[in-house]
Design a protein. Structure first.
Length: 361
């Protein structure tokens, strides 16, 4: 306990216990402009209430089905904390949620974040949440609320944790995957590096290499830490444009499990006549140099690389064969680099659902 001017004991305060309510209020005031910049049709009210409101009718929906997703960014946070590069980790958080939503056929509507730390540092938290707002604005989602938790004794100095929660909607009957069929064409949208999966492995590889985060990047410009923090790409707007154009039967966000485990998630259940598989030509795109460095440093075999990382493809679309050229052009015009990966084929007798051809180049 502290002592008053008269020498007597003063009561213990919340601030003395390690929780600074005034700092929390300063943070809310600082991030309000960033949150307001994400407003969209359907947004109601602002930050500061006990709950966040959203008007689906005002957003243009008549018979909506809601879709929700939650995620984090894993141990990529450790690199952000250790390097002090905090401005893009919020984009990662949004991307991991909204890229999942669009795979269900949903338009992201709003986003909430959870930021927890041992001692609230307003500038650190604001940089992170402003990054979240950038990700929301880029994907058309409103940042309508969140929680900042200051928990002394739970986190080491400077450490924090993040979680994100996104809600989207579609008109009834618009859910995906739907109608994935034999000979559908697989289109891949390129990634921006590792995105937000596999970082426990990445950190181990960096440890094996003996490099520090501020060492020159072995495969590109800048520092190693900055290169590894390249933010996850947001595929929402191009993917929604493709869905609305018609002919898209399924989308797979390439996250944990890599190319080996995620594309099969869009396949229909096998029938008595057999199942379907994704046939992917590994020579259809160039393996980005970050994955070459990881593979060489860790002596990884190709199969391990493919089931750990996105290997340069962050989103896969299954589309009608007679619409593939049109959709590929639409995606390219939206700024995507598109690779014609392969097609939907019969599963093997053993039930293999991803069949690789060629080799990573």
């Amino acid at each position: 306990m502290g002592r008053g001017k008269d020498g007597g004991q003063t009561g213990l305060t919340y601030a003395a216990a390690g929780v600074d309510i005034d700092a929390g209020n300063r943070l809310v005031d600082r991030i309000k402009p960033a949150a307001r910049a994400t407003d969209r049709a359907g947004t109601m009210g602002g930050l500061g209430g006990f709950g966040a409101l959203f008007d689906l009718k005002a957003a243009g929906y008549s018979d909506p089905v809601l879709v929700a997703a939650t995620d984090g960014v894993g141990t990529k946070l450790r690199i952000a904390i250790d390097t002090g590069i905090l401005d893009t980790i919020g984009i990662d958080l949004v991307a991991m949620c909204v890229n999942d939503l669009v795979c269900q056929g949903a338009e992201p509507l709003f986003f909430l974040d959870y930021f927890a730390t041992g001692k609230l540092e307003v500038d650190q938290a604001a940089r992170i949440i402003e990054g979240i707002a950038l990700g929301c604005a880029a994907s058309g989602a409103a940042l309508i609320g969140g929680e900042t938790a200051e928990m002394p004794g739970m986190y080491a100095h400077g450490d924090f944790d993040l979680a994100g929660f996104a809600v989207g909607a579609m008109e009834r009957g618009g859910d995906l995957p739907r109608g994935v069929a034999l000979d559908d064409v697989l289109l891949g949208l390129t990634s921006n590096g590792i995105h937000s999966n596999g970082y426990s492995f990445v950190r181990k590889v960096v440890e094996l290499s003996g490099l520090s985060w501020d060492a020159p990047c072995p495969w590109g410009e800048g520092t190693l830490g900055a290169a590894l923090l390249a933010p996850t790409r947001l595929y929402v707007r191009p993917a929604l444009a493709a869905i609305r154009a018609g002919g898209v039967h399924g989308l797979a966000h390439i996250t944990g499990g890599g190319l080996t485990e995620n594309p099969p998630r869009i396949l229909p259940a096998a029938t008595a006549d057999g199942g379907l598989a994704c046939e992917i030509d590994l020579s259809a795109w160039a393996l980005p140099p970050v994955f070459r460095w990881l593979a060489a440093t860790a002596n990884m075999v190709e199969s391990e690389l493919l089931k750990t990382f996105n290997c340069g493809i962050g989103m896969v679309l299954a589309v009608e064969p007679n619409r593939a050229d049109e959709i590929e052009k639409l995606l390219a015009e939206a700024g995507e680099t598109v690779a014609r990966l392969g097609r939907i084929v019969p599963a093997t007798a053993e039930g293999t659902t991803v069949i690789y051809k060629g080799a990573l180049l």
